[in-house]
Write a protein that binds this ligand. Structure first.
Ligand SMILES: [Zn+2]
Length: 365
């Protein structure tokens, strides 16, 4: 009888208890205000508090879990064997993706395949065409005709190791700049044409941009950035190094000298391209001398924080490469047959066919 009584009392009191609890909770919630973190932080630290983003706040937790997992893995008897196998796989992956840069023969790491690079190039081309709409000069503009003529000569005579759909877009802008996107689309500002001066100067700029494409520098940079991102993520997760800090440190350590090396390499390959097409390689040296004069007027960016070597250094490096460029010119087809041989052949053929027609007409009379 007693157990039954106790159970009946419990049953009778249960709804009352739940309701009471609910009402107590509701009234306490109504009385209380949500905790204001920003006011608390201002009071305690005398500075504004920013609520952490869900993803940022999850990083330390994920890091802690990963560190625990790593410790557990390290305690396994097969740890050294497994770690060695992973390191060997990573080393094999790195070695497999090492390749030589065409023309300069430099060894570099590249994990990007040409179709992906092509896709990036097409997207970049569409993006810049849209962004620069209204500034792109028409086909019949004399500056466009001049720049396209130089590009055609370079493509025709230079011994290029890759096939590309070369095209040049001339942009009406005073900024002395030119750039290339993967796939061979070159953008040239009118501001740089005045620094170029003549066809030889234009060939120096176009040769440099073509060289970036020949050496697949965009793929190399993307491969380096992928390694950088993975390393920065590991540092952030395992050692709590803030992502932005680790990325900046790595970028400073790897990216800037890398970009400078790419620029110097593009200067070297570009010099060979223009020399093989019978343009005067000394024009590249003169171009960088003129750039120095402009920078002296406007104020140049110090080399240490720039991704490009200084104009003075580029001029000196190009001057030292002139003997190599002259050698490339001597052994080129252009040197033997001449830069305008094709134009000459077309003219000769036209004259021959006209003479033939006149002769045939005379015979039929
Ligand atoms: Zn460049």
């Amino acid at each position: 009888m007693l157990p039954f009584f106790r159970a009946a009392v419990r049953l009778a009191r249960a709804p009352v208890t739940r309701a009471t609890t609910r009402s107590r909770l509701a009234s306490s919630l109504a009385r209380s205000r949500p905790f204001d973190f920003s006011k608390h932080a201002k009071r305690v630290y005398n500075k504004s508090y920013q609520r952490p983003q869900p993803l940022e706040s999850a990083v330390p937790l994920v890091g802690r879990i990963l560190r625990l997992g790593l410790l557990q893995w390290a305690s396994r008897p097969t740890f050294y064997f497994e770690a060695g196998a992973i390191s060997a796989t990573m080393g094999a992956f790195y070695l497999y993706h090492l390749e030589r840069v065409p023309l300069s023969n430099r060894l570099r790491f590249n994990i990007m395949y040409p179709p992906f690079e092509q896709l990036i190039g097409e997207m970049a081309y569409d993006h810049f065409k849209e962004e620069l709409e209204g500034q792109i000069l028409p086909d019949d503009d004399p500056r466009v005709i001049q720049v396209r003529r130089v590009l055609e000569t370079l493509v025709k005579h230079a011994d290029l190791p890759i096939e590309c759909d070369w095209e040049v877009v001339v942009v009406d802008s005073d900024v002395a700049n030119a750039f290339v996107v993967p796939g061979g689309k070159i953008f040239v500002n009118t501001g740089i044409l005045s620094v170029c001066g003549d066809d030889d100067g234009i060939a120096a700029v176009l040769g440099h941009e073509m060289a970036h494409n020949v050496a697949r520098h965009v793929s190399e940079s993307m491969s380096r950035d992928a390694v950088l991102m993975v390393t920065a993520s590991f540092l952030q997760l395992f050692w709590n190094v803030p992502g932005r800090v680790s990325e900046r440190v790595f970028r400073a350590a790897m990216s800037l000298p890398g970009s400078r090396a790419q620029e110097s390499e593009a200067d070297r390959i570009g010099l060979v391209i223009m020399a093989q097409s019978c343009y005067d390689p000394k024009a590249a040296v003169r171009f960088w001398r003129r750039m120095q004069e402009i920078e002296a007027k406007d104020g140049a960016v110090p080399e240490i924080i720039s991704t490009h070597p200084s104009s003075k250094r580029r001029e000196a490096e190009l001057e030292a490469l002139l003997p190599e460029a002259h050698q490339s010119a001597q052994s080129s087809k252009c040197h033997v047959v001449g830069k305008h041989v094709d134009d000459f052949n077309i003219l000769a053929l036209t004259q021959y066919s006209m003479a033939r027609q006149v002769s045939d007409a005379r015979d039929s009379l």
